[in-house]
Ligand binder design. Structure first.
Ligand SMILES: CC(C)(COP(=O)(O)OP(=O)(O)OC[C@H]1O[C@@H](n2cnc3c(N)ncnc32)[C@H](O)[C@@H]1OP(=O)(O)O)[C@@H](O)C(=O)NCCC(=O)NCCS
Length: 131
């Protein structure tokens, strides 16, 4: 399902069974895997890679476990970030460029690095309610 006023950049692939909410922007050359939920006002920077299968095509149990990330309202994902299968990015979280996110990201926090860790709060001036 595609919401209203969604922007999807050139070279970006959006796979099956993934929904993108209103006003979300997916920039160029991102890979948006199957079975993801992207809520409203989400920003996905260029070359973000999302994944949904920790078994990479092996085993029968993988079929029940395949799941992409859930990205909550207003979260921002920096350039070249990798999101591992099934994680949740909390509302208004900010994932710094180049991070590899292996665990759920709390709402309203900035995460950086490989693996991504919380480093601070998102500044109030950047929150949606203050735009
Ligand atoms: C998070 C970000 C805003 C930088 O934050 P910052 O606090 O201004 O970072 P600073 O330059 O003050 O660096 C603080 C420390 O974090 C490190 N750091 C900064 N960005 C980092 C990143 N993306 N990943 C890992 N470490 C990072 C710095 O090396 C520095 O470490 P040090 O204290 O050991 O020297 C920036 O890295 C980023 O991700 N911007 C997003 C850009 C983007 O993807 N835009 C999308 C569309 S164009």
């Amino acid at each position: 399902m595609l919401g209203e006023r969604v922007v999807v950049g050139r070279g970006t692939c959006v796979e099956n069974d993934t929904s993108i909410g209103d006003f979300s922007k997916i920039q160029s050359n991102a890979y948006i895997t199957a079975y993801m939920t992207i809520e409203d006002h989400v920003f996905v920077a260029p070359c973000v890679q999302t994944t949904n299968d920790n078994f990479m095509g092996r085993t029968e149990k993988r079929h029940a476990l395949i799941k992409g990330a859930t990205i909550r309202r207003g979260a921002r994902i920096g350039g070249g970030v990798v999101l591992c299968p099934g994680i949740e990015i909390g509302a208004e979280a900010f994932i710094a460029a180049g991070a590899v996110v292996t665990r759920d990201a709390p709402a309203g926090k900035v995460l950086m690095g490989v693996p991504a860790r919380v480093v601070r709060d998102v500044p109030a001036e950047e929150l949606l309610e203050n735009q």
